[in-house]
Structures are given as structure tokens and as C-alpha cells.
Design a protein around this ligand. Structure first.
Ligand SMILES: Cc1cc2nc3c(=O)[nH]c(=O)nc-3n(C[C@H](O)[C@H](O)[C@H](O)COP(=O)(O)OP(=O)(O)OC[C@H]3O[C@@H](n4cnc5c(N)ncnc54)[C@H](O)[C@@H]3O)c2cc1C
Length: 141
């Protein structure tokens, strides 16, 4: 087996949903080199490989980030870091906007609002969500 020495500022192991988005976020900072290593084909690897039809973490109209924290806390029987969850929840809708800007199709109603499914879900045409993430502007190697 041939080995190759690569130098990088940040090494992300696993190019799934989280790894790719971390790469997109960090890769947007020009001064940081990011390397994602993925054991499979990054365009169809991980949980989102075949696509999904909803984003299950969105703060819908009339809801606030703390509602999402409360939901997760209940779902995980209280075993959560609430401060971290709140920070994450406050960024959920921004992440969705980034994904839409990258080309993810999010369904909208006649008023131009996202079509919701329940309290924290919005409908998407997500067959290509993983290739969109993998092709994100993060300088994948
Ligand atoms: C059946 C199903 C349906 C879902 N539906 C939805 C939905 O409709 N809406 C929604 O918002 N969420 C949905 N989810 C949840 C969502 O898909 C996951 O929470 C999310 O994709 C997890 O991202 P992740 O990066 O943590 O893991 P993954 O996306 O699984 O990424 C892990 C990556 O690491 C790689 N890897 C593992 N080991 C190594 C190694 N040793 N070296 C290199 N690479 C490695 C894997 O190949 C993979 O690409 C669903 C999940 C499942 C399983």
C-alpha cells in the first residue's frame, strides 16, 4: 500500500453530513486548509446517502430555539448539554439557508414560506442533498 504525507490545518474524519458541513464552514475561511477523509464515495456516503425528504431540525414560524432544546432534552431523557444545544439551535435556520443557497430544493407554499411537516420539520426535495454537501465550496481533496 502506498502512503502519502499530507499537511493540513484541520483533518475531518468522515465526510458524512456533519463532516461535509464542517468542511464547508471551515473551508470558507481562506486561511484554513481543510482535509476530509472519507472511507466510502463521499457523494453517497453516510446516513444521507440516498437522500431525505425533510429537514428535521428547523425553527418553524412561532417557535424559538429553546423549543428545540426542550424537545431534544425530552427525547434524550434529559441527558443533553443544554448550552451547546441552544447554540446549535440558534444556528439551525442559518444552516438551512446555506443549504438552499448551495442548491437544495426546499418546498415553499403560495406565500413563499417553507412547507412545514410538524413543529420542527420542513419538506425538501432531498435526493441530491449528499452530492450537494460533497460538492460544497470547501476545497475537498
Ligand atoms: C434512515 C434515516 C433517515 C433519516 N431521515 C432524515 C430526514 O428525513 N431528515 C433529517 O434531517 N435527518 C434524517 N436522518 C438523520 C440524518 O441523516 C443524520 O442525523 C445525519 O446524516 C448524521 O450525520 P453524521 O455526519 O453524523 O453521520 P453520517 O452522515 O453517517 O456520516 C458519517 C461518515 O463517516 C464515514 N466514516 C465512518 N467511519 C470512517 C472511517 N473510519 N474513516 C473514514 N470515514 C469514515 C462514513 O462513511 C460516513 O460517510 C435520517 C437518518 C437515517 C438513518
Amino acid at each position: 500500500m502506498k502512503s502519502r504525507k499530507i499537511t493540513t490545518d484541520v483533518l475531518i474524519i468522515g465526510g458524512g453530513t456533519a463532516g461535509c458541513f464542517a468542511g464547508i464552514t471551515l473551508g470558507s475561511k481562506k486561511e484554513i486548509n481543510v482535509l476530509i477523509v472519507e472511507k466510502a464515495n463521499i457523494k453517497r456516503s453516510g446516513c444521507l446517502a440516498a437522500g431525505v425528504n425533510a429537514i428535521n431540525a428547523y425553527i418553524t414560524k412561532g417557535r424559538v430555539p429553546q423549543d428545540y432544546v426542550d424537545y431534544c432534552k425530552k427525547d434524550a431523557d434529559g441527558i443533553v448539554r443544554e448550552d451547546l444545544l441552544l447554540s446549535m439551535s440558534e444556528r439551525l435556520n442559518h444552516v438551512t439557508k446555506v443549504m438552499e443557497d448551495l442548491g437544495l430544493v426546499i418546498l415553499k407554499d403560495e406565500n413563499g414560506d417553507y412547507v412545514t411537516r410538524g413543529n420542527r420539520n420542513i419538506k425538501i426535495n432531498g435526493e441530491n442533498i449528499k452530492p450537494i454537501l460533497a460538492d460544497g465550496p470547501c476545497g475537498l481533496q
